[in-house]
Design a binder for this molecule. Sequence first.
Ligand SMILES: C[S@@+](CC[C@H](N)C(=O)[O-])C[C@H]1O[C@@H](n2cnc3c(N)ncnc32)[C@H](O)[C@@H]1O
Length: 255
Amino acid sequence: MFDYDAELVRYNAHLQAAADIQPDDLVLDIGCGAGQTSRQAARSAREGSVMGVDVSREMVERARLLAEEEGVGNVSFVHADAQTHRFEPQGFTVTISRYGTMFFADPVAAFTNIGSALRPGARLVQLVWQAADRQDWVTAIRAGIAGDRPLPPGLLGGPFSLADRTVTRHLLAAAGFDDVEVTEVHEPIQYGADAADAHAALLDLGMIDFLAPDLDGASAAQAPDRLRTVLEAHDGADGVWFDSACWLVTARWGR
Ligand SMILES: C[S@@+](CC[C@H](N)C(=O)[O-])C[C@H]1O[C@@H](n2cnc3c(N)ncnc32)[C@H](O)[C@@H]1O
């Protein structure tokens, strides 16, 4: 399973600081993955509680296991699509997400549904990627695998679907959020302790198919070796790092 905690270690501090979880908070973590952000929120919300939701059963099972191993009792995990899951109405005082809100089929419907789970005035704090061409992990790996072909059009969506800050502001407003603020955060991400480690992780993640779906047979066959070469070029004393850029999005539920 891909280690998002290691990849996003530099970004995590930004999310924690902005979320500023209080002892009595009731926290909803969207797309919680293996649950690191949920567990951290639960430790701060010591008189409150946290619910992590993720559409991946495997991730939810991992999150439950880690919470149990770490003895974090005030956190629960739900296997569900956050766009449509029937949350307890007004059950939460804050919702957080570390790159878990960019995959909705209908973002306005999804954020409206998430909002219905929030108390009036509850905060939303999330990290989302900026555009693909602002990510060194996209451009460097794509160039290494596919040369100077333009980025495939598919990279406008998926993880980059909230990359346009104006669109994000409008869709959150349309869903019923007020005071939407979008702030730039710039940090490197880590793919592994060394190039071999990162190579295995990115193959497992499907990075070649994601960044270079347009390669033909011969180029596709060479892609794993080319990926290794890119990773070796980024292999430093403390692991394999790539530059990246995201938006820290904050808002308040206004309904
Ligand atoms: C990039 S991972 C981030 C995971 C986690 N937030 C972290 O930082 O470690 C995105 C996560 O969002 C989840 N996800 C995607 N669409 C979702 C949806 N509609 N509802 C709930 N979770 C979703 C994925 O299963 C995945 O675990």
